[in-house]
Design a protein around this ligand. Structure first.
Ligand SMILES: Nc1ncnc2c1ncn2[C@@H]1O[C@H](COP(=O)(O)OP(=O)(O)OP(=O)(O)O)[C@@H](O)[C@H]1O
Ligand SMILES: [Mg+2]
Length: 248
């Protein structure tokens, strides 16, 4: 059984099918990329999977359960978490406080309990920051960090919910080559050391083919290729609609 199974998924806006009968599976412990031109339907599909929007048709199963109509909170509790832009969530908090908050939220603690239980949340937060390489920035205000460090903090906040499956929408967008390399190493380390499964969409093709166990290609809301990176990279239709255009 796959960790995530998407079957005949469709999302229609007006008469337009942004996601148009998509079926694919994500295997436990894998790094799985979704690629495709702008407007292909990648983010719309991620919204459906994370519960931020609901499909017009089709089904989503996670860890064997039907989660097609689940809310984002319910998905996080089941172990599927999506990284969101950190500056829009905790603009004033320090890096450490942001992670403490995310840990407390996972433990369902109110603000007053957060203060009471802060030492244990702090220990876990510091350990997590150590894991992702942000420990030195613990006392820095999140909004003042570099773009690359903010994206790493987003991943850290998602990790604080202890997910089985982490969803990342363009994790290296706007990053320098050095920041991109660090993000790639982090995602790889996390899948190896924590048994995490990662589903991500990405325009940086170098990253996609370096890191992925499997690649799914979306075009106009439909899957045109789905398989091992080497097979997808040499697929003529993928070259015609996406890879070839990017190199020209
Ligand atoms: N809420 C909405 N209402 C109407 N149309 C939408 C809505 N959300 C997305 N779309 C349309 O659905 C299509 C797919 O958009 P989506 O954002 O999923 O593409 P994407 O593959 O993530 O693109 P990008 O690579 O640029 O991020 C686009 O044509 C977009 O305009
Ligand atoms: Mg998108």
């Amino acid at each position: 059984m796959s960790l995530l199974d998407v079957t005949e998924l469709r999302k229609t806006f007006g008469g337009f099918h942004a996601v148009d009968g998509v079926s694919f599976a994500v295997e436990e412990g894998s790094i799985h990329a979704v690629i495709g031109p702008n407007g292909a339907g990648k983010t719309t599909m991620f919204n459906l999977i994370s519960g931020h929007s609901h499909p017009s048709a089709g089904a989503i199963r996670f860890a064997g359960d039907d989660v097609t109509q689940s809310s984002p909170d319910a998905m996080v509790r089941r172990g599927l978490t999506r990284a969101f832009q950190v500056t829009t969530i905790f603009p004033k908090l320090t890096v450490l406080e942001s992670v403490e908050c995310a840990i407390s939220a996972r433990r369902h603690q109110s603000a007053s309990l957060w203060l009471w239980n802060r030492p244990t949340a702090r220990a876990e937060a510091l350990q997590l920051l150590e894991t992702v390489g942000l420990a030195e920035l613990a006392d820095v205000q999140a909004a003042t960090m570099s773009h690359g460090d903010q994206r790493t903090l987003e991943v850290t906040l998602a990790l604080a919910t202890q997910p089985k499956l982490l969803l990342l929408d363009e994790p290296t967008a706007g990053m320098s080559p050095f920041e991109t390399k660090k993000m790639v190493e982090l995602v790889r380390d996390l899948t190896r050391s924590r048994g995490l499964t990662v589903l991500f969409c990405e325009h940086d093709i170098g990253t996609v083919f370096t890191i992925s166990d499997k690649v799914t290609v979306l075009h106009r809301g439909q899957i045109i290729a789905d398989g091992a990176p080497d097979a997808v990279r040499t697929d003529q239709r993928v070259i015609d609609v996406y890879l070839g255009r990017r190199n020209s």
